[in-house]
Design a protein around this ligand. Structure first.
Ligand code: ADP
Length: 908
């Protein structure tokens, strides 16, 4: 019997049906335009693009231009690729343009779908980014689709990780840029370390289409991209803390063996405060609960973990003066691996070996936050519907299930549940053997490399030839996956393998043709093509007759989405196919989440050796368990995101500020305001409001004025004058400081001064921001530790990080003022030394290009990432003494355009 919901759906259609229906008139419009566009010459298509661009410039909305643009794009694709986009592809593209996720099954042609939305949105002239999960796909898709864009008069670029700066810049200035999520993310971080506007890769975040969007925005959402560099040496801090730890007694802390965490008790905190004060690590009036103490607390914590949790010769060994970690499961040494967050250093201090500096984060962003930067975001994938809530809640992305071009003819069978894993695998091998015997291609999906290997051994034993894939070599794998639909092929793959390549029955005809042409160079390619195409048709028919692709899942994943991905490999474009999952009561999901009822039923049925139970009820109950796990994982991601958001908001402020500074021509007013604010703060600190002259600390003020403003003025005398108050002193200080800086401006020349101000501001922001990032990381790890009774760690984190942010801004103002007050023209000697240093740095930077890292486990591997030095302040092309030491083959600094050795550097 149908439930009320189902009846309603029958009558009114689902919300999804209504969305699909709403696009029909648009699709019909595009179809109606087809004959008109068919008549256009190749040049005419490009002309059309120019026209549409003009209309956009004049204010036409993209929605209004959509039918014409899509008709133009369809025609271009027909001519450039020989593919006429299906109506379902147009629909998908409409949803992309509207900023949705288009769920399109494997083989429906998402790559081509994306070009329509990309083309339309590129008409605005701010670039469109198409994001793929690996570089192989970025290259393949851009090469393939660039033909369509070229036919439309648009340029295509592709970015990859080892690319010269200029080439990458060209790729970014193209109308459409393909690249991986990693590379786009890293370039964003790199951009925010630059000081010249013209050097920015990503001038806009206009529109991004993310392919395999579920894997990027859900599976990898929280992977932070990190560019790191080495911190300054802080061995003393570690050693001091290390000396305190052995003084602690049992009542000072508690240990949680399971989570390997330690917490201090109230007694412990008090004791620590005393000890740290005595050693000068904590100010007399400071406590461990102050936000400023975050870093100390963090390191004390790590010190305690190093002593109480990490055991020598169990967790690590000391070898040649180094700490070498030991793998807890295998007992193997993990040379070169380092624990992060100062823990490794704490262990080094404990064992009295050399303390190596920790890596610090110079910039970081999660995919989640990176992709939220775009004005408009869209995504494509074969499987998104199960995570629709999350996409909506976090990214504001709707999910629309686009109908398939042809009806799905695949048979998705109910799960087969065995008692033991062994019986399950044996049954699978038998199924594969049978399929292979009748020439039906089979794809076996596993969840890990080990399981793939085990199944591979079992298949070898029964003599079934097969391929094993595990997502290591994207390019090779794509080829093998393309072949996985050949007659009788057997392929074992982990979930990730061969992603982005669809499996065609009978194999990939284009690959076959390419191979045959390469093997028979004498034969005319057209002849070969025809032959292969005929043969392929026969192969395809034979595979169809054998039942199409047979997909066997060896386990159910926690997430239904991943299971659906595997199923979706079969039955593309209306092909026949069969999918089934093999499970056992020993599987993780069954053990942990399978309901007790399920187990009871299975027991009552009294399963015998080698027998399976197959019933829709089992599927339903497993799906419920999966939905529960999915919900829990989503909640966890949401919680973590809330923490991320705090830092993200601050990052947005800082990066926006940076950008404004880069764009500004004259920052003298801003730095002037900063200077005045610093003076205000100095007055407030040394001559607090509502105090009398005898309570003022004029001596202290005098010293600070010299240190921070660079001026030596008779503050003491001023203060002794009759009737002078804080306001008068403030005004005199402002006047003196402004005059002092004005003199410097004359000395350097206003233009140079403007450029120095910019450099100093940017560099100071960067330094302060990096320090702040580190403090935030520490804060995050200690909010839980402080044992706030009944207080929400997230709130604590929010409040304190806000305070820390404010004090960072204060100290930024101070540093900028101080640095600017101390600039002076360098002596000739200094200049030469400086130029040499810059040249050496650049050589070193070229030799070891910065390696951005993906934050993985607790390991740190990144190299130092130093930006090459800024141009020498005071450089003047008319004054050879300001040039330093130009390279002989470089352009002459005088601007003649000739090489230095042929111009001012000519040896007479
Ligand atoms: P998906 O990413 O959706 O699985 P792809 O973009 O990789 O699919 O395309 C799968 C295959 O479908 C490709 O070989 C492509 O040539 C083919 N294809 C795409 N669009 C069309 C079309 N309109 N007509 C015929 N074949 C198409």
């Amino acid at each position: 019997m149908l439930g009320i919901g189902s009846i309603a759906k029958k009558v009114f259609g689902t919300p999804n049906d209504r969305k699909i229906k709403a696009t029909r008139p648009l699709v019909e419009k595009i179809n109606a335009l087809e004959p008109e566009f068919e008549k256009l010459s190749d040049e005419g298509l490009k002309q059309k693009t120019a026209e549409l661009r003009q209309k956009v410039a004049e204010g036409a909305s993209l929605d209004d231009l959509l039918p014409e643009a899509f008709a133009n794009c369809r025609e271009a694709a027909k001519r450039a690729l020989g593919l006429r986009a299906f109506d379902t592809q147009l629909m998908g593209a409409i949803f992309l343009h509207q900023g949705n996720i288009a769920e399109q099954k494997t083989g429906e042609g998402k790559t081509l779908t994306a070009t329509f939305a990309a083309y339309l949105n590129a008409l605005v002239g701010k670039g469109v980014h198409v994001v793929t999960v690996n570089e192989y796909l970025a290259r393949r898709d851009s090469e393939w689709m660039s033909k369509v864009y070229a036919a439309l008069g648009l340029s295509t670029g592709v970015i990859h990780s080892d690319m010269p700066h200029d080439a990458k810049m060209t790729a970014y200035t193209s109308d459409i840029t393909y690249g991986t999520n990693n590379e786009f993310g890293f370039d964003y971080l790199r951009d925010n370390m630059k000081s010249e506007l013209s050097q920015l890769f990503q001038k806009h975040h206009h529109f991004a289409i993310v392919d395999e969007v579920d894997s990027i925005l859900i599976d990898e959402a929280r992977t932070p991209l990190i560019i790191s560099g080495q911190a300054t040496d802080r061995s003393e801090l570690y050693q001091t803390i290390d000396a305190v730890i052995p003084l602690l007694t049992e009542e000072h802390f508690t240990i949680d063996e399971k989570t390997r965490n330690v917490t201090f008790t109230d007694e412990g905190n008090e004791f620590l405060e005393e000890q740290l004060r005595a050693r000068g690590l904590l100010d007399e009036d400071a406590t461990l609960y102050d936000p400023e103490s975050t870093t100390i607390v963090h390191h004390v914590n790590q010190g305690l973990r190093a002593h109480k949790i990490f055991q020598k010769d169990k967790d690590y060994i000391v070898r040649n003066g180094e700490i070498v970690l030991v793998d807890e499961f295998t007992g193997r040494m993990m040379a070169g691996r380092r624990l992060s967050d100062g823990l490794h250093q704490a262990i080094e201090a404990k064992e009295g070996v050399e303390i190596k500096p920790e890596n610090v984060t110079m910039a970081s962003v999660t995919f989640q936050n990176y992709f939220r930067l775009y004005d408009k975001l869209a995504g494509m994938t074969g499987t998104a519907a199960t995570e629709a809530d999350e996409f909506m809640e976090i990214y504001g992305l709707g999910v629309v299930e686009v109908p398939t071009n042809l009806p799905i003819a695949r048979a998705d069978e109910d799960d087969q549940v065995y008692r033991t894993a062994r019986e399950k695998y044996e049954a699978m091998i038998e199924e594969v053997r049978k399929a292979h015997e009748k020439n039906q291609p089979a794809l076996v999906g596993t969840t890990s490399i080990e399981k793939s290997e085990m199944l591979s051994q079992m298949l070898t034993k029964v003599g079934v030839p097969h391929n094993v894939l595990n997502a290591r070599q994207h390019e090779q794998e794509a080829q093998i996956v393309a072949d996985a639909g050949k007659l009788g092929a057997v392929t074992i793959a982990t979930n990730m393998a061969g992603r982005g390549t669809d499996i065609k029955l009978g194999g990939n005809v284009e690959f076959k043709i390419m191979e045959a042409i390469a093997a028979n160079p004498e034969e005319h390619p057209d002849v070969i093509r025809k032959q292969i195409e005929e043969q392929h048709k026969a192969d395809e028919d034979a595979v169809k007759a054998a039942g199409g692709l047979f997909v066997l899942g060896s386990e159910r994943h926690e997430s239904r989405r991943i299971d659906n991905q595997l199923r979706g490999r079969s039955g593309r474009q209306g092909d026949p196919g069969r999918t089934v999952f093999f499970l056992s009561l020993e599987d993780d999901l069954m053990r942990i989440f399978g309901s007790e009822r399920l187990e009871k039923v299975l027991k009552t049925l009294g399963l015998k050796e080698g027998e399976a139970i197959v019933h829709p009820w089992v599927n339903k109950s497993l799906e419920r368990a999966q939905a529960k796990v999915e919900g829990r994982n989503f909640d966890m991601r949401k919680q973590i995101l809330k923490f991320d958001d705090v830092m993200n908001d601050q990052r947005k402020v800082i990066f926006a500020q940076r950008r404004e500074i880069m764009e500004a021509k004259d920052l003298s007013e801003i730095v002037g305001d900063m200077r005045h604010q610093v003076i205000d703060d100095l007055i407030d600190a040394h001559m607090p409001p509502k105090t009398y002259a005898d309570q003022w600390d004029i001596q202290g003020l005098y010293a600070e004025v010299i240190a921070k403003l660079g001026i030596d003025v008779p503050v003491m005398e001023w203060a002794e004058e009759e009737g002078v108050d804080d306001e008068d002193i403030r005004e005199r200080l402002i006047k003196a400081a402004d005059e002092y800086m004005a003199k410097k401006t004359v000395e350097f020349g206003p233009e140079n001064m403007r450029s120095i101000e910019k450099q100093v501001l940017l560099q100071t922001i960067d330094t302060k921001w990096r320090e702040h990032l580190l403090t935030l990381e520490h804060l995050r790890s200690v909010v839980g530790f402080r044992g706030y009774a009944q207080r929400d760690p997230l709130n604590e984190y929010k409040n304190e990080s806000f305070q820390l942010f404010e004090s960072m801004l204060d100290s930024l103002r101070e540093s900028v003022t101080q640095n600017l007050s101390q600039i002076r023209l360098p002596t000739e000697e200094e200049q030469r030394a400086w130029m040499e240093q810059v040249a050496a740095q650049q050589r070193a930077a070229q030799a070891a290009a910065p390696q951005p890292e993906m934050a993985g486990a607790e390991a740190e591997t990144a190299e130092a990432d130093e930006e090459p030095g800024a141009p020498l302040p005071g450089f003047d092309e008319n004054d050879q003494t300001t040039w330093g030491n130009p390279g002989r083959n470089e352009k002459c600094p005088c601007g003649s355009g000739k090489k230095f050795k042929h111009c001012h550097g000519k040896l007479s």
